[in-house]
Structures are given as C-alpha cells and as structure tokens.
Design a protein around this ligand. Structure first.
Ligand code: 13P
Ligand code: SF4
Length: 360
C-alpha cells in the first residue's frame, strides 16, 4: 500500500512562503551607498546597460535610474521604454513579471534583475495549469490578463493589460460584444466591471499590499483631514475605491497629485510612490492611507516585500557578474508577445492618449 500523502501546494501557500522568503537588502551606511552608486553608474556604462525602475522600489534606485539616463515608470511605460532604448542590456528593478515582460518584448537584449525571486501575489495566485483549465471551461470568452502574471499565462491569454490601460481595453472589447474572462486581480476586475458594465468572470487573486487598505479606517482619516483629496490604485478593495477622488495607475496618481488644486492627499498605494509624488509636487502633503483596521496586524504595511528586495548592492553585483538573467522558452515568448503587443498597438492606435486620469 502506498502511504505517501501528496499535499498540493495551493497559491495561498506559495504566497505565504514567498512572503516569508522575501528579505530586504542589508542596510547601507552613507559611505557604502555613495560608493555603490558610483560603482553602478560606471558599470551601467561599461556594460551598455540601462536601468528601468518601478515607482515602488527604493528611492535611491529610482534616483539612480533618473540620473543615469534610465527611467522610472509604471509597468506599462517600463515595458515601452525598454523596447525603445538602444542599450543592449536592460536592468529591471521591480518584480519578476516586469523583467519577463521586458524579455518578451526584447528577445535580442539581455535582461537582468537584481533579484529573480521578487514575486508578486497576483502572479502567484494564477498558476498556468489552473488558468488554462479555466480558459478551456469558458471558450466563448476573451481572456484578458493583468501584466502581473507569468510569461506562460500571458502566452495563454488573448490580451495582456496593465492598470494604465485595462479600463480602455475592456471598454473596447465590451463595445464589440465580447464577454471577458479576467485574471488575476479581482479588485481591479470588479472596478472595471462597475465602470463598463462588461460581462466579466473574475479570477480570485489580489495584491497583498493594496488589499490591506481599509475603507472604515480611511473614512476616519478623511474626517481628520477634510481638505485632503484621496488617490487610490484600482488594486484596492471596492470600499476604498468608492472613497477616491481619483482612481488610476501609479503614473495617473502622480499626475493627479501634481495637477489637482488640492495641497493635501491621502494615497492608497505602495508608499514607494511618495518619492516621485514629492518630486512632482514638492510643496504638497502626502499621507499614507491606513493599511489595517484598529487592532489588526499590518501585513505588508503599504510596501511590497518583493519590490523591497531590489537594492544597490544586488544591482551592482548582477551588473558585474551578469547573473540573474531572465530567460523564457522561445515558443512561450512568441505567444506571450502576441497578447502583449496587442496592448502596445492598442495604445498607439488611439488618437487620444491612454486614459491617464480615471476620475471616480
Ligand atoms: P502600475 O501598472 O500602476 O505600475 O501597477 C503595477 C503594479 O501592480 C505594481 O505593483
Ligand atoms: Fe504584486 Fe502588489 Fe507587489 Fe505590485 S505591489 S508587485 S501587485 S504584490
């Protein structure tokens, strides 16, 4: 008799394990920081590399990307910038799906990441086998996946979208009479469903950072700051989105902070964004949205544990050694490219710019 018990590794288990394994880089002294910035700057030139960073990574990395001719952006613009830049190596400071998207679009370039185990709870919540079975069970639906997914899931999907373009793509598909199978972020999916009235089936994934924002605690904070406007990323729960003055991608939120008349903002997204917000609007005040109800334990504390894994030391190390290169099976890459390219073409085709401000 076979007594072996096989325990299935659920997505929830993978998320918990990946959170436990996500260690932030060791703290650096001012001198170490300074030396590493100099070293990395020189290595970027020597290796013909450009640094592309997400708004949620360490402020020092964002500053280095800016001053070395690289780019700091949301996930859509990160992908587009890497594609357009002539450097032969792209260094992506963010989480793995961002490095994979860069490789999908740039097979001829070397794509390196400071940390290959920088996960995303949305990506982990949507394993390819389960996703493929879900698609097979609903062949009449057009599958639209968020960019926060593996290359395999992108390859299986009809469309890939980021938060900066998701609403416009689904609105377009809905106008063509298409029914949608949406994965993996249920909060973003539900928000789009409310905005468009599209027929959408929602995968039950969520972002551990945005899911922690709480509507009731937010109301109390708004009562304390009645003059503050509320900026919310659409990966947040409906109870938080409903309180927003502006709902949008990271870029949209920064632009709103800069362009709105208000001088005080409550911001419901990863606090890494404050670096660019303060740069865009230096005389304004930004307040973190509450991440938990009173008495509850803060899990992510409004900062993504996987974004935090990117540091100056591992950045310099991989540039020097050439380790942590992203590789993708060529067949998968080509299939994933089709659905990523649709998003890029859709963005380009539009006569008006992509909806960058989504006013709730
Ligand atoms: P943006 O596309 O708004 O940058 O958000 C992507 C994301 O989830 C980063 O965590
Ligand atoms: Fe994923 Fe959330 Fe981290 Fe973004 S902030 S990478 S959605 S876990």
């Amino acid at each position: 008799m076979n007594n072996k018990v096989s325990i299935a590794v659920t997505p929830e288990r993978r998320i918990v394990d990946a959170m436990a394994a996500a260690h932030p880089p060791a703290p650096l002294s001012e001198q170490e920081r300074h030396d590493l910035v100099d070293k990395t700057r020189a290595l970027l030139v020597e290796k013909d590399a450009v640094l592309v960073a997400h708004y949620y990574v360490d402020a020092g990395l964002q500053a280095l990307a800016d001053e070395s001719g690289g780019f700091v952006a949301d996930s859509l613009e990160m992908a587009r910038f890497g594609h357009q830049h002539p450097a032969t190596t792209l260094v992506v400071a963010g989480v793995r799906f961002m490095g994979e998207t860069a490789k999908i679009l740039n097979p001829e370039k070397r794509v390196l990441m400071p940390e290959l185990t920088a996960e995303c709870s949305l990506d982990l919540s949507c394993p390819i086998q389960a996703f493929a079975e879900y698609c097979d069970a609903h062949p009449e639906r057009t599958s639209v996946v968020y960019a926060n997914t593996s290359a395999e899931v992108k390859a299986r999907a009809d469309w890939v979208v980021t938060s900066g373009i998701a609403l416009d793509v689904v609105r377009h598909l809905h106008s063509q009479g298409e029914k949608i199978l949406w994965a993996p972020d249920r909060h973003l999916g539900a928000y789009i469903q409310r905005q468009t009235d599209a027929d959408m089936l929602l995968w039950p994934g969520s972002c551990i950072v945005h899911e922690a924002f709480k509507g009731d605690a937010m109301i109390r904070l708004m009562q304390k700051h009645p003059d503050a406007r509320v900026l919310v990323h659409p990966e947040s729960p409906a109870g938080v989105i409903d309180l927003a003055d502006v709902v949008g991608s990271t870029t949209a939120l920064i632009k709103a902070a800069q362009s709105m008349d208000a001088t005080k903002f409550i911001v419901a997204t990863d606090r890494g964004i404050f670096y660019k917000m303060k740069q865009a609007a230096p005389h304004k005040t930004f307040i973190e949205a509450p991440v938990a109800g009173e008495g509850a334990t803060c899990i992510s504390c409004a900062h993504c544990p996987w974004m935090e894994m990117n540091g100056l030391q591992n950045l310099a190390d991989i540039l020097e050694s050439g380790e942590n290169e992203i590789t993708i099976d060529e067949q998968i890459r080509q299939k994933a490219l089709r659905s990523v390219q649709k998003m890029i073409d859709f963005r380009q085709r539009r006569s008006t710019p992509v909806r960058e401000l989504i006013t709730a």
